[in-house]
Design a protein around this ligand. Structure first.
Ligand code: ADE
Length: 261
């Protein structure tokens, strides 16, 4: 995969790409990440990337010219390299579609991605209307720029690429892959400060362990993210667990209710 990032703060990417899984994926040529400084595509003496908003108001707006020129240069290279495939051009913005595991999987299927990091009060709307093919938000909060969101997206996408994680299975078993949360994990010691590891995990009975884990997945998701249950891919056994747990929760909560006067 090739990822081109357009930013006014290219140095923000130096450290994250120099460590751990990012670095290993880059060193193994599983991904090529090019970070471009939007400022390099300005043509005035002061290398201006922003300007006052028409109509007034606070803050500055990213000018369209340098962003269009930067994307054109990158797209030229990509189209040549890939024999005509046009990559998605993604703007990181709080106004985009909300990023999730499904979108990460979708993006991991592309051979190239172009990510534009927005800034200031925003970016000239003509970039959104005529250049960008997708807008992504990493959550309902406002950050100072699109650099951290771009890193979040890159991290979630990279770890899905074959060979990036130690074992292919590790991404398969993740939270959210099947639309549910993850079961709890334990490692040695079996007793830590008087808190024991659940006995079933020490039993060596693989069928029982698998059943316990499925139960934990359903229980946690129901407790912490009930909104995920309806859209998750549930098997017959999991559906039965949801039914039983919901019924037993209802029974408990009606026991706890104050008697009516
Ligand atoms: N830029 C600023 N805030 C953002 C957010 N929540 N998601 C994506 N890009 C952003």
């Amino acid at each position: 995969m090739r990822i081109d990032v357009l930013t006014i703060f290219p140095q923000m990417f130096d450290v994250p790409f120099s460590f751990g899984i990012f670095k290993r994926a880059i060193d193994r040529n599983l991904v090529k990440i090019n970070v471009h400084n939007i400022r390099d595509y300005t043509h005035d003496k002061h290398h201006t990337v922003d300007d006052y908003p028409y109509g007034g108001g606070p803050g500055m707006v990213l000018k369209p010219g340098p962003v269009f020129d930067a994307v054109a240069a990158v797209q030229d290279q990509i189209v040549k390299e890939s024999g005509g495939v046009e990559p998605p051009v993604i703007l990181l913005t709080p106004q985009g579609r909300l990023f999730n595991q499904q979108i990460a999987t979708e993006l991991s299927g592309h051979s190239h991605l172009v990510l534009i990091c927005g800034h200031y009060e925003g970016i000239d709307e003509r970039v959104v209307e005529h250049l960008v093919t997708d807008e992504i938000s990493i959550g309902d909060y406002v950050l100072t720029g699109g650099e951290l969101p771009a890193l979040v997206v890159i991290d979630a996408v990279l770890r899905l690429l074959p060979g990036v994680l130690g074992s292919e299975d590790s991404a398969q078993e993740d939270s959210h892959v099947h639309g549910l949360l993850e079961y709890p994990q334990y490692t040695r010691p079996a007793d830590f400060q008087g808190w024991p590891v659940p006995e079933v995990l020490l039993s060596g009975n693989h069928a029982q362990i698998a059943r316990w884990r499925r139960e934990q997945i359903v229980r946690r998701t129901l407790e912490r993210r009930p909104d995920l249950i309806n859209s998750a891919e549930l098997g017959r056994e999991e559906k039965e667990m949801v039914k039983q747990m919901t019924a037993s929760n209802k029974a408990k909560s009606s026991l706890n209710k104050e008697p009516e006067k």
